[in-house]
Design a protein around this ligand. Sequence first.
Ligand SMILES: NC(=O)C1=CN([C@@H]2O[C@H](COP(=O)(O)OP(=O)(O)OC[C@H]3O[C@@H](n4cnc5c(N)ncnc54)[C@H](OP(=O)(O)O)[C@@H]3O)[C@@H](O)[C@H]2O)C=CC1
Ligand SMILES: O=C1O[C@H](COP(=O)(O)O)[C@@H](O)[C@H](O)[C@H]1O
Length: 405
Amino acid sequence: MGSGGGQWIVEKRSSFRSEPLEVNVSETGCLSIVVLGASGDLAKKKTFPALFNLYRQGFLQSNEVHIFGYARTKISDDDLRNRIRRKGSAKSEEVSEFLQLIKYVSGSYDTEGGFRMLDKEISLHEEFRNSTEGSSRRLFYLALPPSVYPVVCRMIKLCCMNKSHLGGWTRIVVEKPFGKDLDSAEKLSNQIGELFEEPQLYRIDHYLGKELVQNLLVLRFANRFFLPLWNRDNIDNVQIVFREDFGTEGRGGYFDEYGIIRDIIQNHLLQVLCLVAMEKPVSLKPEHIRDEKVKVLQSVMPIKDEEVVLGQYNGYRDDPTVPDHSNTPTFATVVLRIHNERWEGVPFILKAGKALNSRKAEIRIQFKDVPGDIFRCMDIKTCKILMDCILQVSILIWVCRIFIS
Ligand SMILES: NC(=O)C1=CN([C@@H]2O[C@H](COP(=O)(O)OP(=O)(O)OC[C@H]3O[C@@H](n4cnc5c(N)ncnc54)[C@H](OP(=O)(O)O)[C@@H]3O)[C@@H](O)[C@H]2O)C=CC1
Ligand SMILES: O=C1O[C@H](COP(=O)(O)O)[C@@H](O)[C@H](O)[C@H]1O
């Protein structure tokens, strides 16, 4: 899986409650994108690079769009721009033009002062662009720990909504993890739901934008080769693994409150598990895919204590943003068992860890041995020699074919 920050994939949960349609939806005119938590890791690694990619591909027009960073840290516009600036292949004029679209506002998340200031800046931009009434759009991206979503959403509603009653829109994008457990997720949903209509809300899981994850549906359902093999008769176990070779690096303010299970397993890896395990959806409509994912999750058995391993890497507590006595896990392995006709008896092993010896995200499907396996008694060395021979013969045949043709 690539780890670039160029794609945003969001899931709309259309079945949450009855949804009034957004009226007078305008897709042109002044657009203000506000990144809350702009001083943080997500903003730097993914959100701003994704916005830059949209800009360079022409999806964000410099005569329409302005980008606002908001956070408590006291930095200037240029400080933020320097944090975002990346060394790389992008043309430097392009980067500079993009960075000029960015303004920073500092303020707290739970008082009105900063949000009033933010609103003023957004309105100035809208006036400068001669935004006609009804055409201004305000997008708030919460690159923040979920614990502050409710208060931030209240402040947006109180101070920063798009002013026009004739159209335009205000939208909110929230990150995972969505709460800490079912109760807190439902509470969070109600809190945000009281402030915004469902069509205004976007819940994001960037793993759904990864090429490999998007290709899973094709691999599974457009492929005669795999279709008949994808079941308990042929598959021994499935491993879905996420590993990073760096630690929290100043993200303790968010990470320590959530830990690796809520950070990675509950969202990214479960989404992947659903795509690997689900039945064929009725169509590719998001609702149909979601319905099949829900069936998989409903079939997962309660997890056994002896099938969970937790750990914390040495040095985690040395990070100044992590509390000294933290016992938050930075590593977890969990075995999930899906109780249905296709997967009974096949363990789904989910592993995630930070500060490990390599960086990788992979799905490993381990097939059962063939009956009467003639290679079974071989040691690894013999197997390797055999594989090398097969490879060399294949290359030889390939070279001969080229010469013959
Ligand atoms: N980092 C990544 O690669 C990814 C992160 N995410 C999600 O993004 C969200 C933010 O994560 P990330 O940016 O990594 O985390 P950070 O720790 O970098 O937090 C982002 C910003 O939020 C503010 N903040 C941090 N802790 C607290 C706190 N306890 N209370 C109030 N404000 C706080 C800080 O800004 P200030 O102090 O200046 O106000 C900080 O710069 C999380 O929900 C995470 O799951 C999703 C995908 C990838
Ligand atoms: O959601 C998160 O993902 C990143 C890893 O994303 P990737 O696209 O680089 O694989 C992870 O570092 C972070 O802890 C987590 O919040």
